[in-house]
Design a protein around this ligand. Structure first.
Ligand code: NAP
Length: 259
């Protein structure tokens, strides 16, 4: 694979979980890595890990639902690194609720973070990629971008939307040197999954371990995905040699969804 050394990467939601693993994977490739989220302390902790790999880190607080904050983020990164060449839209939330009990507030918040947040970042960071005639946008969707499960209507709608945005942008950007792809993980071993397992255990009277077993058994490989597996695919999609891959949605789910 051609080198990614010295490329500038932004990972939203880079302070923990999948985003942290992606940030560290790009750091290992010698990229300069900007990470965002709403919690400075966790961003600083990941920045320390990035620097320990000898790479440059920029931990900047930003709520991706706020366009003004994403604009300010762009200015700060441009001042330190120059333009972003690789954008990973990873920030997300996945609360569960039965459809009729779901508060409107929850629906609006999930769409705002998972879909509008990615929209804001694409809008703000794309012009520099187009000007440079090279760029990579990698949207961290989910298998629920392709199929549906009960009690996560907002999450499912937001990730279907994110896949729609991926495809629409991929076509519009096809002759600019910018590729746009989605990664669709199944259950990944992160705080998000462990939190959901704990809440489901509380609701159903099961042990957390029992719920995790159910999550695992939903995949033919009978296991959770490690965040590093998603990160490795993100690095691959960013590489020079994958320039012909665009508008795709690649599952990392142990074979759970085969579309
Ligand atoms: P996580 O551990 O809960 O991390 C979510 C990250 O998003 C955190 O760093 C959080 O930081 C950030 N974030 C949330 N709201 C934000 C906002 N408004 N602005 C900026 N950052 C925000 O989740 P994860 O499991 O790593 O998931 C990462 C992505 O993968 C999500 O998009 C998720 O939907 C997707 N995914 C996860 C799984 C899974 O099984 N875990 C499966 C498929 C897809 P702050 O709270 O500090 O803002």
């Amino acid at each position: 694979m051609a080198t990614l050394r010295e490329k500038n990467v932004l990972v939203t939601g880079g302070g923990r979980g999948i985003g942290r693993a992606i940030a560290l994977a790009f750091a290992s490739e010698g990229c300069r890595v900007a990470i965002t989220g709403r919690t400075q302390a966790s961003l600083d902790a990941v920045a320390k890990e990035i620097r320990a790999k000898g790479a440059k880190a920029l931990p900047l607080c930003c709520d991706v639902t706020r366009k003004d904050e994403v604009d300010a983020l762009n200015r700060e990164i441009a001042g330190e690194f120059g333009g972003i060449q690789i954008l990973v839209n990873n920030a997300g939330m996945a609360p569960a609720a039965a459809f009729l009990e779901m508060e409107d507030r929850l629906w609006n918040q999930v769409l705002k973070v998972n879909l509008t947040g990615a929209y804001h970042c694409c809008k703000v960071f794309l012009p520099a990629m187009i000007a440079a005639k090279w760029g990579r946008i990698i949207n961290i969707a989910s298998t629920v971008a392709k199929v549906a499960y009960p009690y996560i209507a907002a999450y499912t709608a937001s990730k279907h939307g994110l896949l729609g945005l991926t495809r629409a942008l991929a076509i519009e950007m096809a002759r600019t040197g910018v590729t746009v792809n989605a990664i669709c993980p199944g259950y990944v071993e992160t705080e998000l999954t462990l939190g959901n397992a704990a809440r489901m255990a509380e609701k159903t009277g099961k042990e957390v371990e029992e719920v995790l077993k159910l999550f695992k058994s939903a995949t033919p490989q009978n296991r959770l995905i490690a965040p590093e597996e998603v990160a490795d695919l993100a690095v691959m999609l960013a590489s020079e040699s994958t320039g012909g891959i665009t508008g795709q949605a690649i599952n990392v789910d142990g074979g759970a969804v085969m579309v």
